[in-house]
Design a protein around this ligand. Structure first.
Ligand SMILES: [Zn+2]
Length: 426
């Protein structure tokens, strides 16, 4: 590859494709005209940021990369316990409990094999940042700690000072454009904004606050794009990709699944380790101390009869939604959504599974995790690198981003779940 061949990715966390409007996101509306615009783009399941980060990084579904959501139950020697994959120590816990982090290589690892470097700046949870490159092949900059190759800590005051939200995203964007894109010019640079996810979790979808967060993310994406095209006006060398990881639904109520299971005689106590619920917003995964025991079908039957459950996946059906069939996680549920508008006219609502680690009520605000039509509505646009403008209507997924990047960088990519996206419309 030539020295100039590069890829730049900007993720606007949680930005629902249908909320990209001329009033709130003028840059993205404009970009949709000049870029390849993937109109049937889908998230993975669970549609959570950390599983999505791993899928974007590996080009594989959770069944293959192994990060099964924002929370996972791990057995660290004393039985299954639900852990947040967002905590900075989670990659180390996962490594200790299972001997590894992700089960397949990331873009950062693949680039390093070719003597190239990936640089990631993220203003999301530490877990979502670190799962782009959990084993330290490139550089990851994050407020909870920055790392270089070999997972060597880097003292980076600019990242340490970042807070989630509009101001932090703007500061990160300035730094990303000046230091990373202009000065260091790595083969792959990824920037992951906290907005509009951060505000969407703390205010109603479509509210003035949420719309301001969408506008701020749009401006950050514009700044990166303008920097990219100043560095490469032809568009031949630097591939520009922008998208989101998932959308959001409005929360209607919170389901205390631990208490329901105990009440049904299917779990010994709320904190018992026979069956462990991993809440994932509008979805949940359930882990079993005896994965082949008869508790698994009994729990699956109980869930199937509950009115707040949308769909239950157990046994071989887990594979149909991209989840593994041979781990302690034996049942997954997506909750029952409703197609109704919130007070700001934004459609789509769903219950969530109560997370015992987060007792703050967020009823009426945004959430995601399941297979609802609005949380499964991320956007994706690709400009430069030979991509012709225009809409593509065939289904695409987060897992198609990594092979598309590798094809541009002239590196092999045929061993991923995803496939490189078509440069011309069909
Ligand atoms: Zn997200």
């Amino acid at each position: 590859m030539t020295q100039q061949t590069r890829a730049v990715i900007v993720i606007c966390d949680s930005l629902r494709a249908d909320l990209i409007t001329p009033a709130d996101a003028p840059f993205l509306v404009e970009l949709a005209e000049r870029a390849a615009h993937f109109a049937a783009h889908r998230s993975v399941f669970p549609s959570t940021t950390r599983a999505s980060a791993a899928s974007i990084a590996t080009g594989c579904l959770p069944a293959r990369h192994g990060l099964l959501g924002n929370t996972m139950a791990l057995d660290e020697g004393e039985g299954l316990v639900c852990r947040s994959a967002g905590h900075p120590d989670f990659p180390d816990r996962l490594r200790r409990a299972t001997g590894r982090t992700l089960h397949v290589p990331t873009l950062a690892e693949r680039l390093r094999r070719h003597g190239e470097i990936a640089v990631s700046c993220a203003n999301v949870s530490p877990g979502a940042a670190y799962f782009q490159d959990p084993d330290g092949h490139g550089y990851v900059y994050h407020a909870a700690g920055s790392y270089g190759p070999g997972r060597l800590p880097i003292d980076d005051p600019a990242s340490a000072a970042l807070n989630k939200g509009i101001a932090g995203d703007r500061a990160m964007t300035e730094r990303f454009c000046a230091d990373i894109l202009e000065e260091r010019a790595p083969a792959l640079a990824i920037m992951w904004l906290s907005e509009p996810d951060y505000t969407g979790h703390h205010s109603p979808l479509g509210s003035p606050e949420h719309r301001s967060a969408i506008a701020a993310a749009d401006q950050c994406a514009r700044q990166v794009f303008e920097t990219v095209r100043r560095l490469d006006p032809s568009g031949n060398d630097i591939l520009f990709i922008t998208g989101s990881d998932h959308g959001m639904e409005t929360i209607t109520r919170a389901i205390d699944l631990d208490t329901l299971l105990v009440g049904a005689g299917l779990k010994r106590a709320p904190d018992s380790r026979d069956v462990v619920v991993a809440p994932n917003g509008t979805a949940a995964t359930l882990y079993f101390a005896e994965p082949d025991g008869d508790l698994v079908p009994r729990v699956a039957r109980f869930l199937a009869a509950e009115d707040w459950v949308g769909e239950v996946f157990a046994g071989d059906r887990l594979a149909a939604v991209g989840l593994p069939t041979n781990t302690a996680m034996r049942v997954a549920v997506t909750l029952a959504g409703e197609d109704r508008a919130n007070p700001h006219g934004v459609r789509g609502a769903s219950p969530i599974i109560q997370d015992p680690a987060d007792n703050e009520s967020k009823i009426g605000f945004g959430q995601h995790g399941g297979l609802g039509p609005n949380e499964q509505r991320p956007f994706l646009m690709i400009e430069g690198g030979g991509f012709a403008a225009g809409a593509r209507n065939q289904p695409t997924s987060l897992i198609d981003i990594a092979p598309t990047v590798l094809r541009h960088l002239r590196m092999g990519q045929d061993d991923m779940d995803g496939r490189a996206l078509p440069r011309v419309g069909v």
